[in-house]
Design a protein around this ligand. Structure first.
Ligand SMILES: *Cc1c(COP(=O)(O)O)cnc(C)c1O
Length: 401
């Protein structure tokens, strides 16, 4: 089969067999470190990391070995029985968080946030009969009915009425707006420290501190959605650590197990036993293969100093993007933390993503006219330099004289 036709043929079958919720134009066949290959053997820098999943890069040797070894030993235990990898992982996550609490495992970001919402309600029902959760406009929390209701964006909610009640919306980075949304029914404030889908917008220090103070004052739970920003993405294990506050609950998924589906809800000490026996469950939660992958991911992040690299290489990448912004009027602003970077553009961001892809770089869009970059945290300076050069050519092809 000739070049191009292989991708084309697969995508034709894709359209015929899969519901049209996505519109892929590439078939990814393999990945190694910071690159992927498509079905026609074209190579790309993957600055999407599979949407914030491959923090340790594609198919990291240690993660692959851990998955293979565990798959050969035990693939599933059910939660009637415990397994060792999940216990090791839970202890590690509690330790990294410093919250002194406990963990509930599940399979995705939406499911982790759903668990956070349920836990907050369960706690609220015993603490003043409260249930309402304040979330931020332009936030993103997932696609189940409750997490769609928590996501204050019309494009996520359209056509799905009636949505679960019990959510109120406030403006991100505007503490007065959060205060105004709180009433006697409010039980929690839930937010991303760096809004991902909404436009790669970091919270200000004052805002996060203000939310924590408000929660303390009104006896509310502070819930951080770390599904995209967690596991080192911003240069800290969890983005909230960069703000010097502690949430009561936070959620993880995307990068937790490097592509093996896994989500987690982590609590502080106060909330560790709110989910009592049978109060919540998930058949695959704490799956030993996923947990083994996550344990390997954490070991790799520690051994290869990836938090430090996310900060260092992230700063270099950011400087390069700022350089492009100084050169091209069409780039309006560069934002982000660590390896979670965005640039808002004065055009359709899809045009920019297409031009980058034509040069061999995969990037994402985000809300607010934003081009989003989530490179693997293993990205080195040489690859970054190479990619920046390719990016220059892409921008020249769009905006050069
Ligand atoms: C992706 C994402 C989710 C949803 O995760 P799924 O695994 O797709 O359910 C939730 N919150 C944030 C911040 C995300 O980026």
């Amino acid at each position: 089969m000739s070049k191009e036709t292989k991708t084309k043929a697969i995508l034709e079958d894709y359209s015929a067999a899969l519901m049209p919720t996505y519109a892929p134009s590439i078939v990814v066949s393999s990945g190694k470190g910071v690159t992927v290959r498509d079905a026609d053997n074209m190579s790309f820098y993957d600055f999407t990391s599979g949407i914030g999943v491959h923090n340790t890069g594609h198919c990291h040797k240690k993660v692959v070995e851990a998955v293979q070894a565990q798959a050969a030993k035990l693939m599933h235990s059910s939660n009637i029985f415990a397994n060792e990898p999940e216990v090791k992982l839970a202890k590690k996550l509690v330790g990294l968080s410093g919250l002194g609490g406990k963990v509930f495992f599940c399979n995705s970001g939406a499911e982790a946030n759903e668990a956070a919402i349920k836990l907050a309600r369960k706690w609220g029902s015993a603490n003043g009969g409260r249930y309402e959760i304040v979330t931020m406009r332009r936030g993103f929390h997932g696609r189940t009915l409750a997490t769609v209701a928590a996501t204050a964006q019309a494009w996520c909610q359209e056509g799905y009425d009636p949505l679960p009640v019990g959510f109120a919306y406030a403006d991100f980075n505007d503490i007065e707006s959060v205060k105004a949304a709180v009433n006697e029914k409010t039980v929690a404030v839930m937010l991303e420290c760096v809004q991902g889908e909404g436009g790669v917008t970091p919270a200000t220090d004052e805002f996060i501190k203000g939310v924590r103070e408000l929660c303390d004052e009104k006896n509310l739970l502070m819930i951080c959605d770390e599904v995209q920003s967690g596991m080192g993405r911003t240069g800290d294990w969890f983005a909230w650590q960069g703000y010097g506050v502690k949430p009561d609950l936070f959620t993880l998924a995307k990068s937790l197990a490097d592509g093996i589906p896994m989500g987690a809800l982590v609590s502080n000490e106060k909330l560790a036993d709110v989910f009592t026996l049978s109060a919540h469950a998930s058949t695959f939660g704490g799956n030993p293969v996923a947990a083994a992958a996550a344990n390997a991911v954490i070991a790799v992040i520690e051994e290869e100093n990836l938090l430090e690299n996310a900060k260092k290489t992230g700063d270099l990448f950011r400087e390069a993007l700022q350089g492009f912004a100084d050169k091209y009027d069409k780039i309006l602003e560069v934002r982000g933390r660590g390896m979670m970077l965005g640039m808002s553009v004065d055009c359709d961001p899809r045009e920019v993503v297409d031009a980058l892809r034509a040069q061999g770089i995969l990037a994402l869009t985000a809300g607010g006219g934003t081009v989003r970059f989530l490179p693997p945290l293993v990205l080195g300076e040489d690859d970054l330099e190479d990619a920046v050069e390719m990016m220059g050519e892409a921008f020249d092809s769009l905006w050069g004289e």
